[in-house]
Design a protein around this ligand. Structure first.
Ligand code: NOJ
Ligand code: CA
Length: 497
């Protein structure tokens, strides 16, 4: 397997409106991001993925795109994107954008000028349901006198990927950004592009609607193969990171194609949906490792702008557990993707009902609140409230025992140990509540997610990094003792320096 920068690298997801505000209008922007690239370099990330930055009426905060080759004026200009790329490159940070190919905004000029780009029906043809709003996925357009499909909000009409001209437009869009130096794309709902040609009903089961005709069609793989060929024709190859939101691990793994001809990376949603529980997570990783074709590389994440923050979701505000979660994400075989604030163990923000801006129910705003840069927050009247600044960058930078320093040390250790970057994963025996694995030849990771102390046998070496700080350098001769909510990395003596 040839390795690319992202195999051993760490990705970092930025929600641009909430990351950093360069002009003081309360909305994060590209200028603000440029001002924080030094911080990201210090943290040690190799690539950033920006949620959509394009012009959009913001019904779904950028996921309703009205111009794929422009930049939303709230965020900056095309020249600012060029500066993010250039300034990132100087610091070894590549830039990934978010491609939204399943649907556009209903205000995209195509919706009126090229109705043949969308999916229409004279009558409501089936039972497909919209993900937002809870109603049917078909809305009558009074101008056309026909119904159009929208798997998401009515303002997000689905494109008709059976029309080759839609594909041609997206090839132009990919090339436009790749030519500008964008390192790759996160691809929104990349499993949904093609709809069943006969528009058959989605089966309804006791577990709810199975989206097997409105999404997940086999022909989608052909589109991904085409994009992969396009991305691989660039030097360096551009990377395709898919949001293939499929919870069945075997189905999900098919989005890697043969292992080298579809997505380079796909978010591991089965792990994201698991509890922070040794048994569950270890099971998901085993299933994932078994399902992936040779050469395929997983992508792990614990938070995002849809599901919310790991410190709340997985850890219920427990700082020790948050370090365990970070340890897991950053040491499994695969590319970790941190969400801005994970490095602080940032919890979900409080967003009172009158400040809610999201179209989803429940609203996703608590996972999208502004990054707390200082004790005061570092924002003037931000677009979403920033109430709790008890975990902030300023304080954690000043405290060598903070989660921020722990995350940075962990990323630095990955850089020093090739086994942690690209070594194979091998599960090791561990008692209930604990999970242990080997990476490559001789790096061992062990974590106790339970609430009683535990002991793992057969481990030799010295502790290179521990969630509880003071154990660094300790020798392990056979028996490894782990306190509740503690995790650590054991290496052969002398190899971590
Ligand atoms: C997935 C995105 O992550 C989410 O934020 C968005 O609402 C839907 N796709 C629709 O684009
Ligand atoms: Ca701004």
């Amino acid at each position: 397997m040839g390795t690319s920068w992202w195999h051993g690298g760490v990705l970092y997801q930025i929600y641009p409106r909430s990351f950093a505000d360069g002009n003081g209008d309360g909305i994060g922007d590209l200028e603000g991001l440029i001002g924080r690239l030094d911080y990201l370099e210090w943290l040690g990330v190799d690539g950033i993925w920006l949620n959509p930055i394009h012009p959009s009426p913001n019904v779904d905060w950028g996921y309703d795109v009205s111009d794929y080759i422009g930049v939303h004026p709230d965020l900056g200009t095309l020249e600012d994107v060029d500066r993010v790329v250039a300034e990132g490159e100087r610091r070894g940070i590549r830039v990934l954008l978010d491609l939204v190919p399943n649907h556009t905004s209903n205000r995209h000029p195509w919706f009126r000028e090229r109705p043949d780009f969308y999916v229409w029906s004279d009558e409501i043809p089936n039972n497909w349901r919209a993900i937002f709003g809870g109603g049917l996925a078909w809305t009558l357009d009074p101008e056309q006198g026909r119904y159009y499909l929208h798997n998401f909000a009515p303002e997000q009409p689905d494109l008709d990927w059976w029309n080759p001209e839609v594909g041609a437009e997206f090839e132009r869009i990919l090339r436009f950004w790749f030519d500008r130096g964008i390192a790759g794309f996160r691809i929104d709902v990349c499993h949904a592009l093609i709809k069943d040609r006969e528009l058959r009903d989605d089966p309804e089961t006791t577990q709810g609607v199975q989206r097997v005709f409105s999404m997940n069609r086999p022909e989608t793989h052909e589109i991904l193969r085409g994009w992969r060929a396009l991305a691989d024709a660039y030097d360096p190859h551009r990377v395709l990171l898919g949001e293939a939101y499929v919870l069945d691990v075997n189905e999900w793994a098919r989005y890697y194609g043969s292992g080298s001809d579809e997505l380079n990376l796909a978010f591991g949603f089965a792990l994201l949906h698991a509890d922070l529980d040794a048994d569950q997570m270890c099971g998901v990783v085993a299933e994932t490792e078994a399902a992936l074709p040779t050469g395929a590389w997983p992508c792990w994440t614990g938070s995002n702008h849809d599901i919310g923050r790991l410190a709340t979701r997985w850890c219920h505000g427990d700082g020790a557990l948050a370090r365990c979660a970070l340890l897991v994400l950053l040491t499994l075989r695969g590319t970790p993707c941190l969400y801005y604030g994970d490095e602080l163990a940032l919890a979900a923000g409080r967003v009172p009902p009158e400040r809610v801006l999201d179209c989803a129910d429940p609203p996703r705003d608590p996972g999208r609140t502004p990054m707390p840069w200082t004790r005061q927050g570092g924002w003037r009247d931000p677009w979403l409230p920033l109430e709790d600044t008890s975990r902030n960058v300023e304080d954690q930078l000043a405290d060598p025992d903070s989660t921020l320093h722990f995350t940075r040390d962990l990323i630095a250790l990955r850089r020093r140990l090739p086994d942690l970057q690209t070594g194979a994963y091998l599960e090791l025996p561990a008692p209930e509540g604990a999970w242990a694995w080997r990476r490559g030849e001789d790096v061992i990771v062990a974590v106790n997610l339970g609430s009683s102390p535990t002991e793992i046998g057969g481990i030799e070496g010295s502790i290179a990094l521990a969630t509880a700080g003071c154990r660094d350098g300790e020798r392990v001769a056979g028996r490894l003792l782990l306190a509740p909510r503690e995790g650590l990395i054991v290496v052969p003596p002398g190899s971590a320096s």
